[in-house]
Structures are given as structure tokens and as C-alpha cells.
Ligand binder design. Sequence first.
Ligand code: ATP
Ligand code: MG
Length: 300
Amino acid sequence: MKIYRDLFKKLAHQYRVSDPDSFNLKDVDPKDTGGLEGGDKDEAKKVLEDAKHELRDLQNVLYADDKWSILLIFQAMDAAGKDSTIEHVMTGINPQGCQVSSFGVPGPEEMEHDFMWRCINKLPQRGRIGIFNRSYYEETLVVRVHPQILEGQKLPDQFKREEIWQERFEDIRNFEKYLARNGTLILKFFLHVSKEEQKKRLLRRLDRPEKNWKFNVNDVHERQLWYNYQMCYEEMIKETSTEYAPWFVIPADHKWFTRSVVASAVEQAIESLNLQYPRLEHHDHEKIKRGRDLLENEDD
Ligand code: ATP
Ligand code: MG
């Protein structure tokens, strides 16, 4: 078992984009399973279970320590498995210490603000884990693929210029550096699904009545812009994968694999903080002794 645990931690490290300048999305095969085969599926599932256990303990220390916050950002094409990965990796964690926020098409109130505002409102407190299911990165993806969305934004015209994407990348890098310097550990996951696998999953949404509600005809239209999206994703990753807020590009055609890699990456990153339960001071020991005396000598 330990062999598999170590293997997944190694894989998680491998999928981290540590040299963004030479990053090429084509080098990551969505079907990749790190050399594992279908027969290793059960072991991979055990890794996920173990990592979840570990995460629950780590989250308790994180909460007690009350200094760091963890921000996990998930981006992907439709049906890549964001929702189910988040669900699988995070079940088991105390819900009071973890909040998932999903970001869809901005509403009228959100349109009245700068592009990061709605996400800033959902940043995790110290001692908590915040998960973004899509994020401000959509402003360099869907908005870039559909120029009419930018047209419709209430941004002054002088800023709607060619350089806007580079400017957004720069703003995001600066913002994430600011968060990191304030004690937010940021990990970003791009779940990389293939076009064929997406088709299968969308068809499954049509075939199975209990999945019909998930089907959105718009996903089929977006799919036709696959290559534009891939180009935008690649540039986004190159421009915003940093030491302090790295991207992990995780193969996503096999869900059992994706989940175990993501859980291992999160576990490894929180472990590296070396968190400890707060140590008691001398006067705290006195308080504990007094509390015990009071409880033990209480009149019934
Ligand atoms: P699923 O994978 O199950 O389809 P989802 O994350 O796609 O889930 P939806 O509610 O179907 O959730 O879609 C959210 C939509 O909102 C996406 O198409 C996304 O591109 C869009 N969106 C998110 N942020 C923005 C933004 N800032 N501007 C415009 N559209 C956005
Ligand atoms: Mg969708």
C-alpha cells in the first residue's frame, strides 16, 4: 500500500507545472494513468481513502493553528469531472472547515464590480479550506474565447484592448502573490479531459435519465471551440503557474486516477506546512488544572 501512496505523491509532483516557460499542454495525455492499469484501480481507490483520512487530520490541525488558509481552484472543460473530484476528495472533511464556491455566468450585482470581486468575497478564512469550482480564471478563458462577453462587460472602453489578457494574467499573479504572502496556500488544478472522452460523458448524460438534468446544449456548442479553449488554457497555465500558486495539470479521462492524484497533491501540500497543534503555555496548564479541580469537586 505504501508503494502506491508514494507513487501517487510522486505523480502529483510530476503533474505540477514547475517550468511554465516550456509547458506544452500537448505533452500531457488526458488518458495517462502514470503507468497504472485497470487492475491497479482498487489500490488507487485505497490511496484516495487514505489521503482523505489524512486530510481530515490535517484540516483539524489547520483549524487549531488558525494561521494558514488553503485555496484550491478547479478549472476544466465541461464534464471533466470537477464536481465529482471535489466531492470525492473533500468528503470526510469537517464541513465547518471547508467551503465550496461555484462561479457561473456573472449576475447583475457581480457585473457592477471588478472581475475578481465575487471570488474575493469567497476567500477562505484562516484555518479553513476554500474550494473554487471555476474562478476568476474564466475571465481569461470563456471571455477570451467569446469576445462578445468582454464587449458586454461594464469595463471602460479604454481597457478593452488587445493587451487585456496579459494585463489580467499580471493582475492574477500579483493578487495570488498577495494572498500567498498573507498565509494562503494556493493550489490550482486543471482537469485535462480529452475531446473523445468528453463526448462519451455528454452522451451518457443524454442516455441516463438520472443524468439528463446535467445536460446543457450549450456544452455541445462550447465543445466546437475546443481548440480555442485549449490554446487559452495553455497560455493561462504558462502565465500564471508560479512557485507560490502552481498549476497542476491532471489527466482526467480516468476518474479513479484523477481523484487519487488530486487528493495526494492536496495532502502533500498541506503536510509541507508542518502544522502543529498550538502548544500550551504555563498559565494554560494552570487553567486546565483548575478546570479539572472544579469539575471533579462539583456538587451534583
Ligand atoms: P458542469 O461541468 O457540470 O457542466 P459547470 O461548472 O460547467 O458544471 P455550469 O453552471 O454548467 O457549471 O456552467 C457555468 C458556466 O458559467 C460555464 O459555462 C462558464 O464558462 C461560465 N462562466 C463562469 N465564469 C464566467 C465569467 N466570468 N463570464 C462568463 N461566463 C462565465
Ligand atoms: Mg457546464
